[in-house]
Design a protein around this ligand. Structure first.
Ligand code: SF4
Length: 169
């Protein structure tokens, strides 16, 4: 225990703050998100993330939305473990053949009215993997999609902005 404490004090804070321009853009988008979430979802937008076959690059960026720098919970975005409590599905692709039924079941288990965003180039159009014997390509080939957030991978800021564009529109 003492060794761990010693290590913590010796290492100090290793995270880096965002560049100032990005920080202020996140603050602006965050403020609009908070307002839109309060208006349309009574202060809390529940998100279920579905990895339908990605390389996990997109997942790393989605997880980063929850880190102390982006801290998306302060804007009213919360991740839920069950689609039954979700307002929004955030789906990364490409959809592998093995995930087709699981994705359809997740979509069906999400209560109406529900929103779906396809994340990353692979989720939008199959990306570098495209369509093949193992891949169904875009998320929209399997379930209805309301919006897309392109990028390989999209940054946490792109994700916040993409969610804002959908729920503000
Ligand atoms: S868009 Fe890029 S990071 Fe995301 S799953 Fe596809 S290859 Fe990976």
């Amino acid at each position: 225990m003492l060794r761990i404490l010693h290590q913590i004090f010796r290492t100090g804070v290793v995270t880096e703050p965002l560049p100032e321009d990005v920080e202020s853009e996140v603050a602006i988008v965050g403020q609009r998100l908070e307002e839109a979430v309060r208006r349309r979802f009574r202060r809390s937008l529940a998100i279920r993330e579905v990895d339908a076959g990605s390389c996990n690059g997109c997942e790393l960026e989605i997880i980063a939305m929850n880190n102390p720098i982006y801290n998306c919970e302060r804007f009213g975005l919360q991740f839920t473990a069950s689609p039954r409590f979700a307002d929004l599905l955030l789906v990364t692709g490409p959809v592998s053949v093995n995930m087709e039924i699981a994705l359809q079941r997740t979509y069906n288990a999400t209560p109406d009215p529900k929103l779906v965003i396809a994340v990353g180039d692979c989720g939008c159009n199959g990306g570098v993997f495209g369509e093949s014997y193992a891949s169904l390509g875009a998320v929209s080939n399997v379930i209805p999609v309301d919006a897309v957030i392109p990028g390989c991978p999209p940054t946490p800021f792109d994700l916040l902005n993409g969610i804002l564009r959908l729920i503000e529109g």
